[in-house]
Ligand binder design. Structure first.
Ligand code: ZN
Length: 383
């Protein structure tokens, strides 16, 4: 599956720049409701009409408006299926114009559907992309008695990047009185093979930094020996086992088998972050704040380690052009330096940009009652 979203890209897109107005446009390409070219064509019509309205309704300078109008003409040409839009199996598209002031269009193919929407703001709106920006790089190693295959990636795409084949002789080739010795030598050779697999994983993980989480697939009778052969540093990132028949499985079957384990790992990570948030807001002087005003204040003080947002939480606000403070009250002067705030369409998006600037992790959760009762926004604090 195709995925153009990376954490680095989100960080760059969300960064506010002086005198820049950005158009963000999301197009749902979910095949379950946009299966025919006419359906897609009319979805493009409708989102472009929304985008034109958003550009005309905003209070923009002459140059910014002209630039965005030009970008919309270009999007009209590029998004239409009749114009041969190459989505390469993407389930959604994100398009940004004006990010660096040039009005060049940046088009991202998305591995999951997104709600169709547009925004015109002082920076790109990236919240719908956050769940698609894999933070962990995964290795799935499929190992049997004589071969191993290594896949690298995430739940959206796991490409085979290497293989090992050790010459272990088949049992069936000999019998009779020599069987016992022969089996002994096979077990030794299998052990040698598992050691080679473990070494390859160690080099890829520790020396080359190619992955941070590991899933293994192996026949049940080999699992104990394989796990025991791993270097302790590699064993420490083992997240579980997958059931895949390695001789038959293509890259997509491997991805599907791994996706459930990766999703469970992600869910556990989110639960742990929510636990920390609840513990932090539930105690005096605890390392947690909740509700947008408190969260924006903590972001301004650069104290945020993890920003938790419920999807669908958006508020207009203002940003101080001098110190970058983001507030829900665009009418009041900056409480830090008295400057007049610039209005922004979404203070939550501006908060996400601040979070990335302080290397905070950003988690966007859906249907999470624990976060909803905390006002849909919370932050685990570093201090
Ligand atoms: Zn200020």
């Amino acid at each position: 599956m195709v995925n153009d979203v990376t954490p680095e890209r989100l960080r760059r897109l969300s960064e506010p720049r002086e005198d820049v107005t950005v158009l963000s446009l999301y197009l749902d390409l979910d095949p379950s409701h946009l299966s025919t070219p006419p359906a897609r064509e009319s979805a493009v019509d409708s989102v472009l009409a929304d985008a034109r309205r958003a550009v005309e309704d905003r209070d923009l300078g002459h140059e910014a408006r002209a630039g965005l109008r030009e970008a919309l003409g270009e999007l009209d040409r590029r998004l239409r299926p009749s114009a041969g839009m190459q989505a390469d199996g993407a389930r959604g598209l994100a398009a940004f114009a004006g990010v660096d002031g040039s009005h060049e269009i940046e088009l991202l193919r998305l591995p999951a559907p997104v709600p169709t929407q547009v925004a015109v703001d002082r920076a790109a709106h990236v919240e719908p992309l956050i769940a698609m920006a894999a933070r962990d790089r995964w290795c799935v190693a499929l190992v049997n008695r004589q071969a191993a295959r290594f896949h690298l990636g995430d739940e959206w795409a796991l490409e085979q990047t290497g293989a090992l084949d050790d010459d272990v002789h088949g049992r069936h080739q000999q019998g009779g009185w020599s069987q016992r010795n022969h089996e002994g030598s096979i077990e030794e050779e299998v052990a040698h093979h598992l050691d080679r697999v473990a070494r390859a994983l160690h080099v890829a993980h520790v020396q080359r930094g190619l992955f941070g989480r590991l899933l293994l697939g192996a026949p049940k009778e080999l699992r104990g020996a394989l796990e025991a052969a791993l270097h302790p540093d590699t064993r420490a990132v083992l997240a579980g086992w997958v059931d895949v028949d390695q001789s038959a499985a293509g890259a997509d079957a491997v991805r599907q088998a791994a996706a459930a384990a990766i999703a469970e790992h992600r869910a556990a990570h989110r639960r742990a972050a929510l636990d920390r948030l609840q513990a932090g807001v539930g105690s005096d002087g605890g390392h947690g704040v909740h509700g947008l005003p408190g969260v924006l204040q903590a972001l301004h003080e650069r104290r945020v380690e993890v920003l938790l947002l419920h999807d669908g939480v958006h508020r207009p606000g203002g940003r101080c052009p001098r110190c970058g403070l983001v507030s829900l009250d665009a009418g009041a002067p900056c409480p830090a330096d008295g400057s007049a705030l610039e209005p922004i369409a979404d203070a939550v998006e501006a908060g996400i940009a601040l979070a990335y600037q302080q290397d905070a992790e950003v988690l966007v959760l859906s249907e999470e009652p624990r976060l909803q009762t905390l006002g849909g926004a919370g932050a685990v604090l570093r201090f």
